[in-house]
Ligand binder design. Structure first.
Ligand code: V4E
Length: 228
C-alpha cells in the first residue's frame, strides 16, 4: 500500500490584495474550482472528538483526515490524509471498535454504524502555486488556496503535501517563509470552514468539540508540566 499523504498547512485570513502579492512573489493561479464537502460522524461526534474528519468531496470521493504522528501544535496543522475507501473503512472501524464487522467500504459503514451528515457546504477555491526563490528546481512548489464558502466565510491556506514524516520540518520551514512574505504571522490561528460552519449552524456540537479540545489541551499542559 502506498503511504498516505501528510498535509502540512497554515491557515490565514486573506487580506485585500492577496492575489497581487502572490503574483509579485512569482505565484501563478492554477485553477478556480468549486466543490461541495459533506462531513459525516456518529450522533455523539465520536470521530470529530477524536480529531478524525470524514468527508465526501464532490468530484473526489471519500477523504479522511486524522492526526499524523506527533499530533498538532501551534498555528500550523499536520494531518494524514486517506483517500482509498478500503483504508478509510479499516481505519474508522478500528477507531470505532467495529473491526470485527467486516465492513469494507465507507458507504456500507454509513448505514451500519449510523453515521450522519453533520455539515455540508460549497467552496469556491482559487488555487495558486508558488516556488520560493532559493529553493532548488526540483523542489515541489507550495500551494496557496483561497477559499470562500457559500455561508460567507473566506479563509486561505499555505499547504504542502509530503509522503514521509521526515519531510515535515522542511515543509514547515517553507510554509513559514511564504506565510511571512504574505504578511501572515506564525501565531495566527485562523479557523477552517467546517469549524466556523459548526459554530454558526450547530453551536451545541461546536461547544462539545471545544470542551473536548480544552480538556485535551489541559491534559497536554499537565503532562508537559510533569515531564519538566
Ligand atoms: C482537520 C480539521 C477539519 C477538516 C477540514 O480540514 P480543512 O483543512 O479545514 O479543510 P479544507 O477544505 O481546507 O481541506 P483541503 O482541501 O485543504 O483538504 S475541521 C477541523 N480540523 C482540525 C481543527 C481542529 N481540531 N480544531 C480547530 C480549532 N481547527 C481545526
Amino acid at each position: 500500500m502506498t503511504h498516505p499523504w501528510i498535509e502540512v498547512e497554515q491557515k490565514f485570513v486573506p487580506r485585500p490584495g492577496i492575489e497581487d502579492r502572490l503574483k509579485e512573489l512569482g505565484g501563478t493561479q492554477e485553477s478556480q474550482i468549486s466543490f461541495r464537502d459533506s462531513y459525516y460522524d456518529t450522533p455523539e461526534l465520536t470521530l470529530m472528538k477524536a480529531d478524525h474528519w470524514l468527508r465526501h468531496r464532490e468530484g473526489s470521493g471519500w477523504e479522511l483526515k486524522c492526526p499524523g504522528a506527533g499530533g498538532n501544535t501551534g498555528s500550523h496543522t499536520k494531518y494524514m490524509e486517506l483517500t482509498a475507501e478500503a483504508a478509510i473503512a479499516a481505519h474508522l472501524c478500528e477507531r470505532l471498535g467495529t473491526a470485527g464487522l467486516g465492513i469494507e467500504s465507507v458507504s456500507e459503514m454509513l448505514g451500519r454504524l449510523e453515521l450522519q451528515e453533520v455539515a455540508s457546504f460549497v467552496t469556491e477555491r482559487s488555487v495558486w502555486k508558488l516556488a520560493l526563490s532559493g529553493a532548488g528546481d526540483e523542489e515541489e512548489p507550495l500551494t496557496v488556496d483561497l477559499d470562500t464558502a457559500d455561508f460567507g466565510y473566506a479563509v486561505g491556506e499555505v499547504e504542502a503535501l509530503v509522503r514521509e514524516e521526515a519531510e515535515v520540518p522542511k515543509a514547515l520551514e517553507k510554509i513559514h517563509s511564504l506565510s511571512s512574505l504574505l504578511g501572515v504571522s506564525q501565531q495566527e490561528q485562523t479557523p477552517g470552514k467546517l469549524i466556523v460552519y459548526l459554530k454558526r449552524f450547530r453551536p451545541q456540537d461546536y461547544q462539545r468539540l471545544l470542551e473536548v479540545a480544552t480538556e485535551k489541551n489541559d491534559e497536554q499542559q499537565g503532562s508537559a508540566a510533569i515531564e519538566n
